[in-house]
Design a protein around this ligand. Sequence first.
Ligand code: NAD
Length: 320
Amino acid sequence: MEKNCQELNLRKVAMIGCGFVGSASAFALMQSGLFSEMVLIDADMDRADGEAMDIRHGLPFERPMKIYAGDYDDIVDAAIIIITAGANQKPDETRLDLVHKNVAILRNIIPEISKRGCQGILLIVSNPVDILTYAALKISGFPENRVIGSGTVLDTSRLKYEIGEYLGVDSRSVHAFIIGEHGDSEIAAWSSANVSGVPLRNFYEMRGRHKYEKAAERIADTVKNSAYEIIAKKKATYYGIAMSVRRICEAIVRDEKSILPISSRMHGEYGIDDVVLSMPAIVGKDGLESLVPIDLDEKEQRNLKESADTLKEVLADIDC
Ligand SMILES: NC(=O)c1ccc[n+]([C@@H]2O[C@H](COP(=O)([O-])OP(=O)(O)OC[C@H]3O[C@@H](n4cnc5c(N)ncnc54)[C@H](O)[C@@H]3O)[C@@H](O)[C@H]2O)c1
């Protein structure tokens, strides 16, 4: 029997795609205690079933939860539908190289969701995440607050980690964002970065680090190249993104109104329109609540515009 789309189950999550990223994210979500039901879907049904079995065997160490492999009829009432299906980067491939393969996969998946009248929030994780979030928005016809991408939540976490290590301070006390594309044109928003309210430059001085510009450049490069380095070494990245997925779900399920750099559609902010990229945004039970327009200096604004232009060129090529 078809389920009524009004019966949204706030404690239910669906994971579409159970490869490295989907399975690691499902594992992180099982440990989070946020959900009481999780359905796993993959083109390879045995894969989804195997992951569901493996993850649920850990339940006696966690909280009770239903974890199973299913099909699209099982996701109708899910509060959050996470898409991690699709090809991942091979060594030397950029995220944008994946676009045609993964847009085609999305064209199969999204209609299965929209034709069932799902009311949940779509969280796109597959790459290139900004392009795919834009495509998902167009294909689904869902309201913009309900179609978000994991964006630069992972890159921002990498940035905080690197700054924390360099300054010898808890990375949770670091407030800094990577904005723009989740990819090669991403921007570290240094002008607004701080450690517990102390501007980053001043905090560097306080910790005896006097080569601020040089260190900032090195850290931004490390963050930008992290995925390439990890993929070269172990073929895929998944733990960091799994924790990012968990963090975004937490903000939604607990209606936290947390500020996270998810990817969403721009509407003229910083002179950028009709493209999806990452800016800090308030995230709660309805998904995206509103963008938080942080101050950017001239160079950051210019780089953000260039990042948007890069994404627009790709969008022009995919006919969405
Ligand atoms: N946003 C981020 O920060 C971030 C970080 C890491 C990886 N990623 C992206 O996540 C995606 C998945 O990466 P991965 O390492 O898990 O890849 P993977 O190859 O291990 O897994 C992809 C899975 O998708 C499944 N799949 C393919 N087509 C499908 C369809 N039509 N319906 C259902 N399932 C389908 C495959 O069977 C496979 O199990 C990639 O696009 C990767 O670039 C994003």
